[in-house]
Each structure stands twice: as C-alpha cells, then as structure tokens.
Design a binder for this molecule. Structure first.
Ligand code: NIG
Ligand code: FE
Length: 411
C-alpha cells in the first residue's frame, strides 16, 4: 500500500540526515519545502520533494493537500492518561481559593486519584484511557509516553501498567510506558516514607522490570513528596533493572533535582517551572532533554518554564502535555505549542521543533519519529487550508488538524 500526498503548500521539519536533537540557536530553524509532495510505502516515508519533480511518481492512493501544511505528528513525551475519573471538584475548590498544595495536604490530589484508580476495574480504566488516547491522536499526537503513578500499591501500579500494555497492543501509535512508583506517599505509609520507598525498591521495581511493563522510571522529586536522597535511592535501584530515568523536577521548588537527574543519565527532566542558574549549568553538555509542560502552568496558574532562557543558554527544549486529572486535564499538543509561543515566547519554529524532533528524543524514538525523513515512520498530519505554519499557534483555539496518518494509515 502506498500513499502520495500532492500539492503540499509547505512540508515542515524535513531533514535529509537523521538529526536527532535540535539545540539553542538551531531551534529557530525549521527546515521546510514549499509546493511539495510526500510518498509513503507501507509504514515508511520513502521520498519527498518539489512538485516540479513529481513526474513518474505514482501510488495506490493520492491525497491532494492544496493550501494545506504537512508536518510530523506531535511526540508527547509526558502524560498520565491511564487515570480513573476526574478531579472537577478540586478544580472548583481551587477557583474558590484553595491552593493545589492545600488540596493535596487534606488528602486530595494524587491520593484522591489513587483511591479512584484502586476502586476501578482494569476494563473501566482501559475504556477511559482508550477514549483519551483516541482523542489525542485525532489532534495529531503520533507517539506518546504514559506513566503509572496513581496506583500507589504494587497491585494497582501493575494494573495501570497492564492497561498501558493493552493500549500498546490495540492502538497504531507507539506508546512508551513509565513506572512512576514514587508519585506520592500513600495514606498507609503516611508516617513511614522509608517503608514505602523500601516497597518501591524491593518489590515494585523488580516486578515491573521483570515483566517488561515499563522502560522508564520516574519520581516526583519535590518538597513534601520525594527528596534528593529518596530520588537517588530509587534511581539506583532502577538502574540495576535497566529502567531509564525521566524525572518530575522543579515544579514548585528548585533544590538540585536537575543535577541529580543528569548525574543518573536521565533521558529527560520535566516541568522546570522553577529554575536556578545551577539547573541550567547542570544541563550543559549533558544528554538530558529539558521538557516544559505549559498547559500545566496554564491550568494551575504557576510560572511557565523559562524556555527562552533554556534555549538562549544553547540547550535543547521539548514540549509535552502532562495530560493528567489534577494539574493538566488536557492532551492537546496544539494548545501546548500555542501556549509555548504566547506565554514562553518561543518562536513558532522553536515550538514546532520542541514538539516534534525534541519530543521524539525525550521518548527515545528519534531514529523513527519526529521529522520528515526518508526511512522514518510515516506519521504525519495534514492541516486544514491555512495561510502559514505560524497560523497554527496564532489561531490557538481552533482545531486546524484535518487528517492524521499514523505509520502509513489514515487514523
Ligand atoms: O505532573 N506533579 C506531579 N504529577 C502530576 C500531577 C499529579 C496530580 O495532580 O494528579 C504533574 O503535574
Ligand atoms: Fe506529570
């Protein structure tokens, strides 16, 4: 089966060579081809070029993209979509003056979601997560990471991870799963944090790793949750089981989590709303991708990640949604890209690079996804007819994605 997309107004993120990360000033450059065609065979991009050179190129199916823009699907490297129910009441409580922290302290927040998850069947959880996943794919997400973390018991964490495994099996997009065992201290370990970390290290990590239910390890490294010492203990244990770190750091407080994650070869450090010069310095010459989650900042009214400073320091930056019931009940990468431009002052080129090629890096899939490159997977989207690619973040509330192709199949 082959598909030929013709008359593309502008084909974005075309990379001749297999560039896997874009940093600093290079993030301002988004390589494009105007008046282009794109040829797909089975699940792979085999050719692209100017419409002037299309003679002799044929396919089983042709899609005319006159006036439309084609770009790689979004790579959402940070989500928690396998959750149960919602936290609408906490949202209303916050509007009425309670803080996110105060809600967590009274036993709400993550513990509220954990109770809901523990009381849900695996099928119920699957149905809810599958619905969310379907919606985000329609909005252009083509690779996604999904975390556990609302289980907080061995059984419930395994249940979440099995749901993610089922999604991997049933959906055409690539899904990466992360064990976020240390997301909060469960009520039963309220005065025994060490006991809970023992459980994570001695029981959860080995069980999850031995059953191949996750390839990444995450920790909520934050005041009132897990400190540097706790995080390090978990990362050491995870390393012995070959789980690669992707860590929640610097959401509310900066106290050295970034440097610790870099020391443990983290693939990414995520959130970064609070950043010290030391954190930026720690990322220099590292292989760790900083990831900003602007729709979390939007929803909680907390500072935005200083993406401008990060990029201006010569570093790369990726963008992801953080889709979860408490801090970001949205998985819309188009909104993330727009908000990065509007609130973090990224240029459209920087934001699109951050949400595609650098997102692919933060997912560990940049050899297959994140750019329009011969030999890479044919996962891309076709917009409605729009004046330019800057119109995508400009018209921030519109749904401008018309067709999503995942691994060579129209979704
Ligand atoms: O990334 N910060 C930690 N975890 C999630 C939110 C957890 C929740 O409120 O349910 C986040 O924002
Ligand atoms: Fe998160």
């Amino acid at each position: 089966m082959s598909i030929l997309i013709t008359n593309i107004k502008e084909l974005l993120q075309v990379r001749e060579t297999n560039v896997t990360i874009v940093k600093g000033k290079d993030m301002k450059v988004l390589p494009t081809l105007k008046n282009a065609y794109l040829l797909v065979e089975h699940d792979t991009i085999v050719e692209f070029g100017s419409m002037e050179d299309i003679d002799g190129i044929e396919a089983d199916e042709t899609i005319d993209a006159t006036g439309k823009i084609v770009l790689p699907t979004w790579c959402d490297s940070h989500t928690h979509i396998a959750y149960a129910g919602d936290r609408t009441q906490e949202f209303v409580d916050r509007i009425n003056g309670l803080s996110y922290e105060a809600i967590a302290q009274r036993g709400g927040g993550i513990l509220n979601s954990a109770e809901k998850l523990q009381n849900s069947s695996e099928d119920e959880l699957y149905e809810q997560a599958a619905k969310r996943l379907t919606e985000v794919i329609k909005m252009g997400t083509g690779v996604i990471e999904i975390k556990s973390g609302y289980g907080l018991t061995v059984d419930a964490e395994l249940k979440m991870l099995r749901v993610i495994k089922r999604l991997k099996h049933d959906f055409p997009i690539e899904i990466k799963s992360t064990l976020l065992a240390a997301h909060a201290i469960p009520k039963t370990y309220k005065d025994n944090k060490k006991g809970f970390i023992d459980l994570v290290v001695n029981d959860m990590i080995p069980k999850v790793a031995n059953s191949h239910l996750a390839e990444f390890i995450d920790v909520f490294c934050e005041k009132g949750y897990f400190d540097l010492e706790d995080t390090e203990r978990i990362l050491e244990a995870a390393k012995a089981h070959r789980l690669i770190p992707k860590i929640h750091v610097n959401q509310f407080n900066a106290f050295g989590g970034v440097a610790l994650a870099v020391k443990h070869d983290a693939l990414s450090v995520d959130h970064l709303e609070e950043m010290n010069p030391d954190d930026i310095a720690a990322l220099q010459n590292s292989k760790t991708m900083p990831v900003a989650l602007p729709s979390c900042s939007y929803f909680l009214s907390i500072p935005y990640t200083p993406g401008r400073d990060i990029i201006d320091a010569g570093l790369p930056l990726a963008l992801a949604t953080d889709y979860n019931p408490g801090s970001t009940p949205s998985g819309n990468m188009n909104f993330v890209v727009a908000t990065a431009c509007i609130k973090m002052k990224l240029t459209p080129e920087e934001a699109i690079n951050a949400a595609t090629i650098n997102g692919a890096y933060a997912l560990g899939v940049s050899n297959r996804y994140g750019s329009i490159c011969r030999g890479k997977k044919a996962s891309f989207m076709i917009t409605k007819a729009i004046p330019s690619y800057a119109y995508l973040p400009y018209a921030f509330g519109d749904n401008l994605i018309e067709t999503v192709v995942i691994n060579g199949q129209v979704f």
